[in-house]
Ligand binder design. Sequence first.
Ligand code: ADP
Length: 328
Amino acid sequence: MNPNSAVKRVGLFTSGGDSPGMNAAIRAVVRSCIYYDLDIYGIRRGYAGMIEGDIFRMNSRSVSGIIQRGGTILKSARSMEFKTKEGRQKAFDNISKHDIDSMVVIGGDGSFRGAQAFEAEHGVKMVGVPGTIDNDLFGTDYTIGYDTATNTAVDAIDKIKDTADAHDRLFFVEVMGRDAGFIALKTGISCGAEAIMIPEDNMKLDELIDILKKGRPSKNSSIVVVAEGDNLGGAFVIAEKVKEQFQQYETKVTILGHLQRGGSPSCFDRVLASRLGLAAVEALMAGKSGIMVGQVHSDIIQTPLEQATKHGPRINQDLLRLAKIISI
Ligand code: ADP
């Protein structure tokens, strides 16, 4: 027990959509707790595991050899029951059996909303670590997993481009991002896409067709990167509509889907996760609660969970402009 710490027993879990680098964050939280003489308990499958009482003591060796592994050794889950008062009461009863007085939650905006509700009702100290491939949280330039996911998507689209070139094909590649176009924008620029369709830009079909028509005579293949949440209805719908105007070219659709969540985390994500894991533990020790730790301009900062979830970051208009200029 550390007499200088505001908390004594820390619970740790990963929640919601998994992302590469969560293991690196788990490792950093566990090792930081041990360094500071705090007891650390892992909870499997997020809020669902908390409700079922799937809680176990962790030590330094529990996190050996995981920094390079994708996924999460603590598993992740979604829990409808935790959205109810009764569910949260069960979760509280279970963590109370272990005298857990504080928690680190690694997840996205939904997980942080859950953390806010839990803290408000039961007074457990909660600190969030942003773990999501979507990069859609306010209070951090990057979320853990975003860098790896974009690199995975770039690697996949480079391969698609080879076959697109070989057959004069027009490819529509859909990447993840239900509400945000960050992955699509960055991968589209990196892969030299002809057009990038993201919810924030709201590009109309006519505009897309114009871009393709201008480029098509001189280019023998084209890639259009589409964010999952694009307003025109996704890659299949757009491809169908465009096909009617480009009958001479073969039109293909690839949905990258869950492969973007997997794989070994990048160096960037491992370092980010390690920094944020330590920052989360130090914030709890200093008596902080209801906050998310994040990295802005390479500094570690703290943002109230309420702000982190409510004010998503804006798309970088400079990048959007750049993408349009250099794709001609
Ligand atoms: P992510 O954290 O990746 O955004 P979800 O949106 O699925 O993932 O949220 C993860 C879990 O957080 C949900 O399954 C639910 O148990 C909990 N949660 C989300 N929103 C709330 C809320 N408003 N109140 C309580 N719990 C919530």
